[in-house]
Design a protein around this ligand. Structure first.
Ligand SMILES: [Zn+2]
Length: 113
C-alpha cells in the first residue's frame, strides 16, 4: 500500500526531529496534502495509526490540511483550478498546463512534548 510507505516516511522524519530537538512524544502532526498528490486520505489515516504504534507518535492526532490543485495555463496566461494532474484547462480545454500547487505532501508542523 502506497500510503503505508508514506506514513513510514513521515514517522522517520518525526523520529529524526525528536532526536535533534529532544522531544519524547508528539501530540499532533499537521500534514499538508495536495489534491493532486494521489493520496487516499482514509488510507493515510489508517496507515498512520499502524506505523506509529509503539512509537513516540502513538497517541498523536493526525490533522490533514488539503491544498487545492492549481495550474498555470499557457494559452490563457493565468492560473486555473484543476482537480487531477492531467486535467484539461477548464477555460480553454487545452493541456498546456503546469501544476503550480496541489502536489504537496509534507509535514507542516508538529506539536510535541
Ligand atoms: Zn486555458
Amino acid at each position: 500500500m502506497h500510503e503505508l510507505s508514506i506514513c513510514e516516511g513521515i514517522l522517520q522524519v518525526i523520529e529524526d526531529q525528536a532526536a535533534e530537538q529532544k522531544f519524547t512524544s508528539v501530540e499532533k502532526v499537521r500534514l499538508e496534502i495536495g489534491a493532486l498528490a494521489g493520496v487516499e486520505l482514509e488510507a493515510l489515516k489508517f496507515g498512520f495509526d499502524v506505523v506509529t504504534k509503539n512509537s513516540l507518535a502513538e497517541n498523536a492526532v493526525l490533522e490533514i490540511i488539503t491544498v487545492d490543485g492549481t495550474a498555470w495555463c499557457m494559452p490563457c496566461q493565468k492560473p486555473v483550478p484543476i482537480s487531477q494532474r492531467y486535467d484539461a484547462c477548464p477555460e480553454c480545454g487545452g493541456f498546456q498546463l503546469q501544476v503550480t500547487s496541489g502536489d504537496e505532501l509534507r509535514i507542516k508542523d508538529l506539536e510535541v512534548n
